[in-house]
Design a protein around this ligand. Structure first.
Ligand code: SAH
Length: 384
């Protein structure tokens, strides 16, 4: 493993100062405006006796200028800002830590929610893309046996505002060159891609996730193209069918990790309820209805799911589907019996899929040294 020393924000920087505990009086315990739709925000502003254009200004401060504080909203009357600050907050997240990889191209953040639970988000900077990996739940109830988040179980669903807030945090960070931590590489200016691959099962928090996705894709709000967003699921079949009817071109990724029930039951326990054949049938319905290519995720674990017969079995089952397989080198989880497959065996697995009619690539591993795997920063902080 290529473990390098990682760069921590300098002690005493604003990053560390942001690590304050939440008290009953803390603004973070007030309701966040990120939970409101545009009409709801308009109503709130009207209740303050203000004209409708003020609501529009407020909305734009939040979603176009990524303001996290009412003080920044300089074209709003001071009286309105004071009144709003007394009853609401913009950002429901407080920063616990922001860690930068040695190469400077991956950043991982641990946020604290108003009730004290913590969640993670990761920013990955590539040549042409800035991909943000965000959480949909605090913890996760799916119990995948190789996943760090699963170890702590489900805390709770995130609200739509808490999901959107993770994106606005990084949008703000990228848009403001002076924001800490400083970057060793030229700072790009915008988030270009979002993946729901952080903590949690997005389809287990369907309603809030979709409220957030609509806010993020709404041209009037954050305005990111749906095709630049990927929702990753363990495979909750009824929700895959529901997603097919949403009419938004969000990409679907399914965490398969095994081609048959015997093996998948051991890795992904929810498979007992939604077995492989039924899951693949649901994916086929999804593809037929949406005309969109689906991604399967397959994390390779040495001696578990990486053999040539399994690669062939996988290829046989996926060949007829309009899909792509993302082969993921396993992020090792401390005390876990699962180990990553060697690079050579990984290439062989991918080659077998390709030779048998299934497009497959290895997903480049990022941020190993900053615990950027799902649920890993939170566990590292807890045990520190
Ligand atoms: N619950 C969703 C999304 C969160 S996890 C899902 O299951 O898809 C995002 C991806 O990371 C999933 O494919 C998940 O199986 C995978 N993953 C979890 N732990 C991992 C680990 N230790 N190494 C590599 N991938 C892992």
């Amino acid at each position: 493993m290529n473990v390098q020393t990682f760069v921590q924000p300098t002690p005493g920087s604003p990053i560390e100062l942001a690590d304050t505990s939440i008290t009953a009086e803390s603004p973070a315990s007030l309701p966040s405006l990120l939970e409101l739709s545009q009409p709801e925000l308009a109503e709130l502003v009207a209740q303050q006796g203000q004209p409708a254009f003020r609501a529009r200004q407020l909305w734009e401060w939040i979603y176009k200028h990524y303001a996290a504080d009412f003080d920044e909203m300089t074209n709003l009357p001071k009286t309105l800002r004071t009144a709003l600050a007394a009853t609401a907050t913009v950002n429901p997240l407080s920063l616990v830590t922001q860690v930068v990889s040695a190469a400077g191209d991956t950043q991982k953040v641990l946020f604290r929610l108003p009730d004290g639970k913590t969640i993670e988000a990761v920013l990955m900077i590539y040549d042409k893309r800035r991909t943000l990996c965000i959480s949909s739940q605090a913890g996760c109830g799916m119990g995948c046996t190789f996943c760090a988040t699963a170890l702590g179980g489900l805390g709770r669903n995130l609200t739509a505002g808490e999901i959107v807030a993770q994106v606005l945090y990084f949008a703000r960070y990228l848009a403001r060159p002076e924001a800490e931590p400083k970057m060793a590489i030229a700072r790009p200016t915008a988030v270009t891609n979002i993946v729901l691959m952080g903590m949690g099962e997005p389809m287990h928090n369907y309603r809030n996730v979709w409220t957030a996705l609509r806010r993020l894709t709404d041209a009037d709000a954050f305005g990111l193209g749906a095709r630049h967003i990927t929702l990753s699921t363990v495979g909750l079949i009824p929700m895959i069918d529901r997603m097919a009817d949403e009419g938004l071109q969000i990409n679907l990724a399914v965490s398969l990790h095994a081609p048959n029930d015997k093996l998948r039951n051991q890795l992904v326990p929810i498979n007992a309820r939604y077995p492989v054949a039924e899951l693949l049938a649901a994916v086929e319905r999804y593809i037929t209805k949406t005309n969109r290519r689906v991604t399967f995720e397959y994390a390779l674990m040495a001696g578990i799911n990486d053999s040539q017969p399994l690669a062939l079995e996988l290829a046989t089952k996926l060949r007829a589907l309009h899909c792509h397989v993302n082969v993921i080198p396993l992020n090792p989880v401390p005390d876990s019996p699962f180990q990553p497959t060697s690079d050579q065996e990984t290439q062989r697995f991918v080659q077998t899929l390709n030779e048998n009619g299934v497009p497959a690539t290895v997903r480049i591993r990022r941020g190993i040294e900053i615990n950027a795997g799902c649920g890993q920063l939170q566990r590292a902080m807890e045990s520190a």
